[in-house]
Design a protein around this ligand. Structure first.
Ligand code: MN
Length: 201
């Protein structure tokens, strides 16, 4: 009998303290070390012995999206995927000027890079309760989207380029209730526009 490979927690693309002072190592230790890890562990427990054991994370998300009897599996699988995507959406000394390919799309869709960032920040601040703000491609068009809880544009026919986690666990230790300050700091100082541009391909 073979044992199906479990879903694994990917390594962070930088050290836990690499995003300081915008996001503290303290926040990272809980957000990555506890929350992200718990989604992985919960997912593996939920799929053990089912037909989804051994499937890839993408397959699990696709096979559980919109299915009431697989809501627990979807929530944990999508949160694993969203968090890995979020870590890659950030980088130490990020922000600044997006690569030309992305800048062009931002200008075409929003008029300017600043207007695009403002729209993304607005989505992040106005997402009611837990969720995510996203920069996505809809066909070839750049758009801003927001999703609640574990929902992800992946299952909505959209191509995610970049995300900001706006669950309270993402910012409460560092910013308390000031979500807008967290979002502004992340977009100005940590946004990994190179990652977003690479995802356009
Ligand atoms: Mn989170």
């Amino acid at each position: 009998m073979t044992t199906a490979a479990p879903v694994t927690l990917p390594a962070l693309p930088y050290a836990e303290n690499a995003l300081e002072p915008v996001i503290s190592a303290h926040t990272m230790s809980f957000h990555y070390g506890k929350h992200h890890r718990a989604y992985v562990d919960n997912l593996n427990k939920l799929i053990a012995g089912t037909e989804l054991a051994g499937a890839t994370l993408g397959e699990i998300v696709a096979a559980s999206a919109g299915k009431a009897d697989r809501a627990g599996i979807f929530n944990n699988a999508a949160q694993v995927w969203n968090h890995t995507f979020y870590w890659n959406s950030l980088r130490p000394k990020g922000g600044g000027e997006p690569p030309a390919s992305l800048k062009q799309k931002m200008e075409a869709a929003f008029g300017s890079v600043e207007a695009c960032k403002k729209e993304l920040a607005n989505a992040a601040v106005t997402q009611f309760g837990s969720g995510w703000a996203w920069l996505v491609l809809d066909g070839g068009k750049l758009k801003v989207a927001k999703t609640g809880n574990a929902e992800t544009p992946l299952t909505q026919g959209l191509k995610p380029l970049l995300t900001v986690d706006v669950w309270e666990h993402a910012y409460y230790l560092d910013y308390q209730n000031k979500r807008a300050d967290y979002v502004a700091a992340v977009l100005e100082k940590l946004a990994n526009w190179e990652f977003a541009a690479a995802n356009m391909g």
